[in-house]
Design a protein around this ligand. Structure first.
Ligand code: C2E
Ligand code: MG
Ligand code: MG
Ligand code: MG
Length: 276
């Protein structure tokens, strides 16, 4: 039976490996196809200011797979980053968002949109030129975009990241630091990069009204941000208590299921109308 156990273990390990390899191959063929066949969709999640008004919205990509249904980004963005598909995928997101903003403007809806940008996209030289051209093509005055970067963007390629961020700022986009507090960036990076806002990670927000340690961290981060003249956005607000705590402690903008879940462009239009 020792032999059988050994065999059993080997089989289990092998099955797991096989599955991972299979998943990689499946994503590799199908994600590129998804881009070509327009299977990606963008949902939008509103962000609320301290007056209770809609400040802007975040664009969050989903994959409408014929085989798997609506696939969340966590299941394919890491793969896309690793394989490089994130470059054309991210370009598609950016251009689609600009087209959507232009359409909304024609309908009288004026909304800034935040777009998530991966480190690989920052290194890609063409991003800035594409964005510039797309803004001109869409005839959008100003640049109603907030570029959400994670701390790893700042660390992995400092010089290049700084240069691209400055170009984005010249175009009129704002730079927001996403998932703040979860990465390895130092406070000095907040001053070295042209950042407009930081997004407090959900892990600080979750149950913050009950957790003294999270409370201290939120207060400390807000203090640093306000000393540096940065806006603070809290993400992942799910309860009234979390919402009240962050407002009382100087957070400028709130985003989370309590206010609204990410929704299709059409659903957002409806949601905006109903709020009025
Ligand atoms: P993120 O940029 O930090 O986005 C926030 C995530 O938190 C979203 O997940 C959103 O649906 C979720 N969320 C918002 N409010 C709440 C809440 O109250 N409770 C909880 N539990 N979750 C909340 P989503 O849409 O699954 O996106 C996950 C991540 O995928 C994003 O995290 C972002 O890093 C990445 N991502 C999404 N779209 C894109 C994209 O177009 N490009 C790139 N590079 N990454 C993207
Ligand atoms: Mg984000
Ligand atoms: Mg985030
Ligand atoms: Mg996140």
């Amino acid at each position: 039976t020792a032999k059988e156990n050994g065999r059993g273990k080997f089989c289990l390990f092998s099955a797991e490996m096989n599955q991972r390899v299979f998943e990689y191959i499946w994503l590799d063929t199908n994600l590129r196809k998804a881009l070509e066949h327009q299977q990606l969709v963008i949902h939008y999640q509103p962000k609320i200011d301290t007056n209770g008004h809609v400040d802007s919205a975040e664009a969050l990509v989903r994959w409408n797979s014929p085989e798997r249904g609506l696939v969340p980004p966590a299941s394919f963005i890491p793969y896309a980053e690793e394989s490089g598909v994130i470059v054309p995928l991210g370009r598609w997101v950016l251009l689609s968002v600009l087209a959507q903003i232009a359409e909304w403007r024609r309908k009288g809806i004026n909304l800034r949109i935040a777009v998530n940008v991966s480190p690989r996209q920052l290194i890609d030289h063409s991003l800035y030129n594409e964005l510039k051209k797309a803004l001109e093509d869409a005839q959008l005055t100003g640049c109603p975009l907030d570029i959400e970067l994670t701390e790893s963007c700042l660390i992995e390629n400092e010089e290049q990241a700084l240069a691209v961020m400055q170009l984005f700022r010249q175009l009129g986009a704002q730079i927001h630091l996403d998932d703040f507090g979860t990465g390895y960036s130092s406070l000095s990076q907040l001053t070295r990069f042209p950042i407009n806002a930081i997004k407090l990670d959900q892990s600080f927000v979750r149950g913050v009204n009950l957790q003294p340690v999270s409370q201290s961290l939120v207060r400390a981060i807000v203090a640093v941000a306000s000393a540096l003249d940065l806006c603070v956005i809290a993400e992942g607000i799910e309860t009234v208590e979390e919402d009240k705590f962050v407002i009382a402690n100087g957070v400028n903008i709130r985003q989370g299921f309590l206010h609204a879940k990410p929704m299709s462009a059409e659903a957002l239009e409806h949601w905006l109308k109903q709020r009025k």
